[in-house]
Design a protein around this ligand. Structure first.
Ligand code: ADP
Length: 747
């Protein structure tokens, strides 16, 4: 008994046929059925059992077919069968749903209707190719689906042939690759974007093999910073262009990166460019690896920070420079004079620059030359430093005249070197001559010498320039202060002078004031004296007038004489008062002319002889022969002599002698003409001597003796003497006589 359950469909069909033959044979032997009924019954039972098996087998077959149909319909790809003309014969559910059309409506429709217009040719070509090939042919098309949307479909087509070798149908699988292609496109675009970013980045970007350091790719900026062409750089490793001093630190960090200890690092390092130049870069390195993998590549980003580093270096340098500058500036501020400040500045500068020689020259605008205001070094010791230079002469003059720093490795080889300078300066001496400015004006030159091979570095020259500026300011400050001090001293001097002048004037004013007060007092005294003196004779005149009227007639002559005498006195007094008043009011004009002094003396003696005779006094003239000539007002001079002679005659008792002498004498380094009136009279007491020239002063004795007089004679003498610019002196002894001398300049 066959086991149908284990049979294939192919095996079952012949088995079934066998069974049918057996049934036919059983029918044909129906006659023998009775005989064999028992047997039949047995067989029937067997047959029943076989039938049962057969039905079971059929059910299994149907189930299996349904499964295949499902597989076909719900496969992940679309299956479509086209006839030779390209019409759809069959299509699975996946295929129909791809096209968005119900399956039953697709049968018999040309597939090309669903192909996008632009791909129609491509579709025809695809069918043609698969028609020519024994193998499946792959192609890709745009297929228009419902609502005019297009999807991208990958087609694998196999042409099936009939017995005659013609194409009977095409079996095609369709795969919707729209999403796949989009993803690919996005990937491509993203890649392109990455490339653009990588390439056009403003920073240098490189990709290196982590273990070796070989460059895999570098962007334009990276090449630019490193100074290599891209092709050159791609044959290098990063270690090759890294400055050896920075390499160890970087390799150390790279090691940590590869061991996964750090994910990224940044550092500043130096690159050695192809041209040998050193560039400072800021480096940031990150690893590239998928999770769980060993890092194989790393990305390095570099940024050129040379300028920034340079700025920092410059700042550091400036700070280092500023230190001596600030120190020097503080020291200079303490200096009060140029003589104190400039040598100090020079010494400090030489110290700061580690130089041995230098000088500071200042311009003298009066003589248009530059002179050394301070110098240090050999030329100072041996005296070869010139005492002055013209603007433009030598490097000192050149720096001054152009206002530009003058630098030279060797002064003797310099263009500006004069012959004298070459003889003076030994070879191999160079340095810098920097103009010193005060505001806009160049006021001198600062020179620092160094011996080769030492040369001043740019930063030393910069420092020197700064110090020159400092010097300019300090010089200006001191000059200003000196000027201010000089002016202050001048002003003080002027104030002192002015104060002295003022106090002098004040004293003069005080004196004038005192004089005025005195004059005022004298005037009051004068007025009261005048009134008194005038009143006395008038009283006497009135007295004699009444005596004339009422007295005895025989004494009338006597009264008349007395009256005349008083009237004369009165007239004399009035004459003298008028004279004094004229002198006081400045109305007395002098008319100078040269006269022989002897002649004037003799004229006076002759005119007073009657009075001498009356008084019984000898009057003599003792002229010096030849006598001096004087330039005088004749009338006033005679008045002086007359007054003195009259006084001598009045104050000398009868029998006495009066003499008038002329002569010359030396006093105060000058020869004078002198006129002396000497008497042998009563003399003048010492206490009265200072007062005898005062107006209205009369000696005590003359008043007691009631000698006539006004007390104005000597005052008039003094006034006339003063008006002429002469002097009058007196020597006297009580009881021994007096000598009055008038001193006149020789004509
Ligand atoms: P007066 O002679 O009118 O008194 P003066 O001014 O001439 O006035 O003289 C002033 C005074 O000086 C006199 O009063 C007198 O005391 C004194 N004096 C002047 N001349 C002489 C003299 N030759 N001898 C003595 N005393 C004199």
């Amino acid at each position: 008994m066959a086991n149908y359950q284990r049979m294939t469909k192919a095996e079952l069909i012949p088995a079934l046929r066998g069974l049918e033959a057996q049934v036919a044979s059983l029918e044909s032997i129906a006659a023998e059925r009775d005989r064999l009924s028992h047997e039949l019954s047995v067989h029937q039972i067997e047959l029943e059992a076989q039938n049962q098996e057969l039905r079971e087998a059929q059910r299994l077959v149907e189930e299996s077919r349904d499964r295949y149909v499902d597989l076909y319909d719900f496969a992940p790809v679309g299956y479509v069968a086209l006839d030779a003309g390209g019409h759809i014969q069959e299509i699975n559910l996946t295929g129909a749903s791809m096209l968005g059309v119900e399956r039953s409506r697709l049968i018999g429709i040309p597939f090309s209707l669903y192909v996008a217009r632009g791909d129609a040719g491509a579709f025809r070509e695809h069918l043609r190719q698969s028609g020519q090939s024994q193998e499946p042919v792959t192609g890709e098309l745009q297929v228009v689906v419902k609502e005019a949307q297009a999807i991208r479909v990958q087609m694998v087509s196999l042409a099936l042939r009939d017995g005659g070798g013609g194409i009977s149908r095409y079996r095609i699988t369709m795969r919707d690759v729209t999403a796949h292609r989009r993803a690919e496109q996005a990937l491509r675009e993203s890649e392109e974007r990455f490339r653009a970013i990588f390439e056009q980045a403003a920073v240098g970007v490189s990709q290196c093999v982590s273990h070796t350091g070989e460059y895999v790719r570098v962007n334009r900026k990276y090449c630019e910073i490193a100074g290599y062409a891209r092709e050159e750089l791609l044959t290098w490793r990063f270690q090759g262009i890294t400055h050896p001093d920075d390499l160890e630190a970087e390799l150390n960090l790279m090691q940590q990166l590869m061991e996964g200890k750090i994910r990224t690092f940044s550092m500043e390092k130096r690159l050695r460019r192809k041209d040998g130049e050193i560039v400072w870069v800021n480096l940031t390195v990150s690893s590239m690896w998928a999770s769980g993998e060993e890092p194989t590549y790393h990305i390095a980003i570099i940024e050129d920070i040379t300028e920034r580093r340079q700025a920092i270096e410059d700042t550091k340098l400036r700070l280092a420079e500023l230190e001596p500058v600030s120190e020097i500036s503080t020291t200079l501020r303490a200096a009060r004079t140029l003589g104190e400040m400039l040598p100090m500045l020079l010494d400090l500068t030489l110290e700061a620059l580690h130089a041995m020689e230098g000088s500071i020259w200042l311009y003298d605008s009066v003589e248009d030359v530059l002179r050394p205001a301070a110098s240090r070094g050999e030329s100072e010791k041996d005296g070869t430093c010139p005492h002055q230079l013209k603007p433009g002469e030598g490097i000192v003059g050149a720096a001054f005249a152009t206002g530009q720093p003058h630098l030279a490795g060797d002064f003797r080889l310099d263009q500006g070197a004069s012959e004298a300078m070459c003889q003076r300066i030994p070879p191999g001496i160079g340095g810098a001559a920097i103009p010193i400015r005060a505001g806009e004006k160049v006021i001198g030159t600062f020179v620092i010498n160094v011996s080769l091979p030492r040369k001043l570095t740019p930063s030393e020259v910069h420092l020197l320039t700064t110090l020159s500026e400092l010097a300019g300011t300090a010089i200006q400050r001191i000059m200003l202060r000196e000027e201010v001090e000089r002016r202050a001293a001048e002003l003080e001097q002027r104030v002192i002078q002015r104060t002295a002048e003022l106090s002098q004037r004040e004293a003069a004013l005080e004196a004038a004031n005192a004089k005025l007060t005195e004059l005022d007092r004298m005037k009051s005294q004068f007025v009261s004296n005048v009134s008194h003196e005038l009143r006395t004779p008038i009283t006497t005149i009135k007295l004699y007038a009444s005596l004339l009227r009422r007295g005895p007639p025989e004494r009338r002559d006597q009264f008349l004489d007395a009256l005349e005498q008083e009237a004369n006195r009165q007239a004399h007094l009035i004459e003298e008062i008028l004279q004094v008043s004229r002198i006081d009011s400045g109305r007395l004009d002098l008319h100078y002319a040269p006269y022989a002094l002897n002649e004037l003396a003799e004229a006076s003696v002759v005119s007073r002889e009657p009075l001498a005779a009356e008084k019984g006094v000898t009057l003599a003239c003792k002229p010096l022969k030849p006598g001096p000539t004087v330039s005088v007002d004749r009338v006033r001079t005679l008045q002086v002599i007359d007054n003195l002679v009259e006084n001598a005659l009045w104050y000398t008792p009868t029998g006495g002698q009066v003499s008038v002498a002329t002569g010359t004498a030396e006093a105060d380094g000058q020869i004078w003409a002198t006129l002396s009136v000497t008497d042998t009279g009563m003399g003048i007491p010492k206490d009265e001597l200072p007062r005898i020239f005062e107006r209205f002063f009369r000696g005590e004795k003359p008043r007691e003796m009631q000698l006539p007089g006004t007390g104005l004679g000597l005052a008039i003498v003094k006034d006339i003497v003063d008006l002429h610019g002469w002097r009058v002196t007196v020597e006297s002894q009580v009881g021994g006589g007096s000598t009055f001398t008038v001193w006149m300049p020789l004509a």
